[in-house]
Design a protein around this ligand. Structure first.
Ligand code: CA
Length: 514
C-alpha cells in the first residue's frame, strides 16, 4: 500500500481513474459563506434507524427530529469505517485509516495514533483563526503506548499536539481502561498518593476481576468486558489506583455536555471549532437515572434518548449565547449500530420492532450499508435551507477539506489525501457532491461507485461467513436493491472486476482526492 510517486499517480489518472476525481469542468469556485464557528457532534454507534427522523421508530430522538427541520438531513452519508478508531482517524487526518497500519480499534493505553507532523482538521481550524476544542470520546491513543505512558504525569504527546487548544477526553471507550477523564493531558482529580497504572495483559494483585467477582457486578458482561471492574462494571483492560479520578458512567453524558458548553461560553467572543464526541450510545449503556425507563427499549434506547438530550442542551447553550446564526452544526455518527456489544443490557430482549439500521443490511463491524451509512444533519441558521433532504454522497473523511474551505483555508497538495471538498453539497441540498466514489473499511473493504457497490472477497484462511462477508465477494446494485439482498457478482463479473481494479488503484495511488 506504499504511496506511489506523483508521476505514477498522474499516469494512473490518465488511464481512466476518473471516478476518483471531481467530475467535469466545475465553475470557478465562488467564495462560500464562512461560518464563524463550527460545532461537530459525533455520536458513537448511533444507527441510521436510531434517529427517528430517519428510522421508523417514533419519538426516540425528539429534539434532533425537530432540530433537523432547521437544516438538511443527508441520506447518503457514510463513515469511512464501521468501527470507532479508523473513522476518527480519517475524520481528523483526511486520510483513510487503512493507509496507516496500526489504526484499527485502539486499546486504552495505545500511543497517539496521529503523527503530530500530519496536517489535521483541528490544525486547519486553528490556522483559520479558531480556538479549537475536543470534548468526549477520543479513541485515537495518547502518550507513548503500552507500558510507556505514565498516567500520573502530563501525558505527551496528546490530542493537544495535533491541533486542539483544549481537550477533555476519555482515552478510548467507556468499556476500556483507564476509566478516567484526561483534561489537556492531565488526569482529572488525580491523587499523587493513589497513582494510576494501566495494562491490557494481567490484573494487579488485589484488584477486582470481572470473572472472579462476576456476582457483584451491577451490569453483567455477555462477552469480553470481564477484566478490571470500575463502578461495578467489567471493562476491557486492567487498571489500579486513581480511585478519586474514576468516572461514574451515569454522569458521563452530563459531564461532556457541561465541558462543551463551558468551552463555547469561554470562547463566545472568538471563532471556535468544537468537536463533541459523545459516549452514547456505545457500551456500557448506563444512562443517568433520569433517562432510565424513558423508552421501551431498555438501556440502549434510554442511552439514545440521553444522546438526544445532550444535543438539546448543547444547542440550547448555542442559542443562549446568541451564536446560532454564526455556527455551522453537524451531527453524525462514527459507524452503524450494534445491539449486543458485550453486556447483558437487554438490548436484544427489549428491541421489539425497533430496527437500529432501519432497512439497511448489516451492523457495526460489517461492510454492509448498516455498518457505515450514518445519520448526518447539517444546520446553519440563515445559510443552509430549512427542512430539506439531500441525497448527496458524503463521507466523514471529507469534513477536513470541507471545513477548511469554508474557513478560507487551502490544503497543500499532499495534505488530507482522501478528503473531498463537499462544501457545496453541505450548504445546498440541490448541489451534487464532488465525491463520486466511496471506500468503506471494516474487516473487509468495500468500493462504491454510483449505484454499484463491491465488497472484496473474504481473506484466505478466514471462515466464510455469509452474514459478514460472502466467500467470493459481493456486488450489489444499491438503487434496485437497497438492502443488499441479491449478490450479483456472478452475473456481472466485469463490473465487479472494474470496481476491484478501481479500489486497487485508489490503494496504490496513496490518495483519492483531486
Ligand atoms: Ca463507534
Amino acid at each position: 500500500m506504499a504511496a506511489l510517486s506523483r508521476r505514477t499517480f498522474l499516469k494512473q489518472l490518465g488511464l481512466g481513474c476518473t471516478a476518483l476525481v471531481a467530475g467535469g469542468n466545475l465553475p470557478l469556485p465562488e467564495t462560500p459563506p464562512r461560518p464563524r464557528n463550527i460545532l461537530f457532534i459525533l455520536a458513537d454507534d448511533l444507527g441510521w434507524g436510531d434517529v427517528s427522523c430517519y428510522g421508523t421508530t417514533p419519538n426516540l430522538t425528539p429534539f434532533i427530529d425537530a432540530y433537523a427541520q432547521r437544516g438538511v438531513t443527508f441520506t447518503d452519508a457514510h463513515s469511512p469505517a464501521s468501527t470507532c478508531t479508523p473513522t476518527r482517524y480519517a475524520i481528523f487526518t483526511g486520510c483513510y485509516a487503512w493507509r496507516r497500519p496500526g489504526t484499527g480499534i485502539a486499546q486504552g493505553d495505545a500511543a497517539l495514533l496521529i503523527n503530530p507532523k500530519l496536517e489535521t482538521l483541528p490544525k486547519l481550524m486553528q490556522r483559520s483563526g479558531m480556538v479549537t476544542g475536543a470534548v468526549g470520546k477520543w479513541h485515537l491513543g495518547m502518550g507513548l503506548g503500552p507500558g510507556k505512558t505514565n498516567w500520573n504525569q502530563p501525558i505527551s504527546p496528546s490530542a493537544n499536539d495535533i491541533g486542539f487548544d483544549y481537550t477533555f477526553l476519555m482515552a478510548a471507550t467507556a468499556d476500556r481502561t483507564p476509566c478516567v477523564y484526561v483534561e489537556d493531558g492531565r488526569v482529572v482529580n488525580h491523587d499523587p498518593n493513589d497513582p494510576i497504572e494501566v495494562n491490557y495483559q494481567r490484573n494487579y494483585p488485589g484488584e477486582p476481576d470481572g470473572v472472579r467477582d462476576r456476582a457483584s457486578l451491577k451490569l453483567d458482561w455477555h462477552h469480553g468486558h470481564n477484566q478490571a471492574v470500575v463502578n461495578g462494571i467489567g471493562r476491557i483492560g486492567y487498571m489500579k489506583g486513581g480511585e478519586k479520578a474514576r468516572w461514574k458512567d451515569e454522569d458521563m453524558a452530563d459531564i461532556f455536555v457541561d465541558k462543551a458548553c463551558a468551552f463555547m461560553e469561554a470562547n463566545r467572543e472568538k471563532p471556535f471549532f468544537l468537536y463533541l464526541g459523545t459516549n452514547d450510545i456505545h457500551v456500557p449503556r448506563v444512562p443517568h437515572p433520569r433517562f432510565v425507563g424513558s423508552t421501551p427499549f431498555g438501556p440502549r434506547g434510554d442511552a439514545t434518548r440521553q444522546f438526544d438530550d445532550s444535543v438539546r442542551r448543547v444547542i440550547e447553550k448555542l442559542r443562549e449565547l446568541g451564536l446560532e446564526r454564526d455556527t455551522l452544526v453537524v451531527i453524525t455518527s462514527d459507524n452503524g449500530p450494534v445491539v449486543n456489544d458485550g453486556y447483558m443490557d437487554e438490548a436484544e430482549e427489549k428491541l421489539g420492532n425497533h430496527r437500529p439500521a432501519a432497512h439497511w443490511r448489516g451492523t457495526k463491524y460489517t461492510p454492509f450499508e448498516g455498518g457505515h451509512r450514518v445519520p448526518f444533519i447539517a444546520v446553519w441558521e440563515g445559510q443552509i435551507p430549512a427542512n430539506r433532504r439531500s441525497n448527496a454522497l458524503l463521507s466523514l473523511v471529507d469534513l477536513g477539506h470541507t471545513f477548511a474551505t469554508l474557513r478560507g483555508q487551502t490544503l497543500s497538495a499532499d495534505a488530507m489525501p482522501d478528503s473531498f471538498d463537499v462544501h457545496r453539497a453541505l450548504l445546498d441540498p440541490e448541489a451534487a457532491s464532488t465525491r463520486t466514489a466511496l471506500i468503506s473499511q471494516d474487516w473487509y473493504m468495500s468500493y462504491r461507485e454510483g449505484e454499484w457497490k463491491y465488497i472484496v472477497p473474504r481473506r484466505a484462511g478466514n471462515a466464510p461467513n455469509e452474514k459478514t462477508n460472502p466467500q467470493n465477494g459481493a456486488l450489489f446494485h444499491l438503487t434496485n436493491d437497497e438492502s443488499e439482498g441479491t449478490n450479483l457478482i456472478t452475473r456481472h463479473p466485469k463490473k465487479a472486476k472494474a470496481l476491484h481494479n478501481a479500489l486497487l488503484r485508489a490503494i496504490r495511488a496513496g490518495r483519492t482526492r483531486p
